[in-house]
Design a protein. Sequence first.
Length: 367
Amino acid sequence: MQLADSIRKARQIQNKFSHPSCAAVIVAAGSSARMGGTDKLLAELGGLPVLSRTLRAFDDHDMVDTIIVVAREDQLPKISRVCSPYHKVRIVVPGGNSRQESVMHGLEAVPEGTELVAVHDGARPLVTPEVITKAILKAAKFGAAAPAIPVKDTIKVSKSGGVDETPDRKTLFAVQTPQVFDTVLLLGALQNAKQKGLTLTDDCSAVEALGMTVLLTDGSEENIKITTPLGGVEVPFEKGLDGHSDADVLVHAVMDAMLGAAALGDIGKLFPDNDDAYLGADSIELLKKVRDVLRAHGWRLGNLDATVIAQRPKLAPFIDTMRSNIADALETDVSNISVKATTEERLGFTGSGEGIAAHAVCLIEHV
């Protein structure tokens, strides 16, 4: 009994002054098709690439021992250069055809014997030390943990177009990253998901599929995934836009201008915000539908002039890609598309940073 008591006390002392070994797997292997081939993780945010800010959060954290970065194969040299200043980065490995595959590739590069792995989205550069710490400590005790914030919107469940259920908002949480797990547990969970052909939206789901419980820790409103769509481009920005589809306010203004010029209503009529078919829809794809609607009524675009009104972010580096995206969707020459950006000199809701606005005018021709 004396020996057992001594071992127990030794472990208590060790736990007080140390932490389980933990590797961070930073997933930076997502598609950048909507960036016109430009990786949003390499775009600057406050003078540094988005990925640099993400890496710095983990490189500076005392409870993270090593970092594995998973990147698209065509971006490996660029991502490696971004990683070079961070001494905890062990290796940059190529991703797979899905997020699950990419995480598995990262896990395979984790040093043998590492007790915990923290999987984090490379596009969440504003994660705080407190969010990381809480998730690691909870996972060290229970095997699986993830930060989350309460859902503020009322959520409806619909399986056939009507409302089937309105869940109690108090029970709903938006899960963030890093999602932290016992390394062996996550490896087994992802292998199980692969064997069963499961397509999962996050790593927690893989663990849940084993019948395990994932504990939630306090997330942060600031810990957002940076994806603000404008003109079909994912513009790096610490604030997102809220909407039924992807909330691309520029493309929405273009669609409304075209429909209005042809006296065919507006996007609210064509794509109702109570129709789940358009929930999270890519606005560029909706623009193609508007193009087809106008053609069916004998109209085509002549030219277009659109303006984005925003105090931030700076849009000049993305304007040409926006023009190309819109021109491609409308099957017209890019010379027919004008996109520009302006501010309201810090006045109004756009000037205060509460929102982004856009308006557009167009000439359509009868064919």
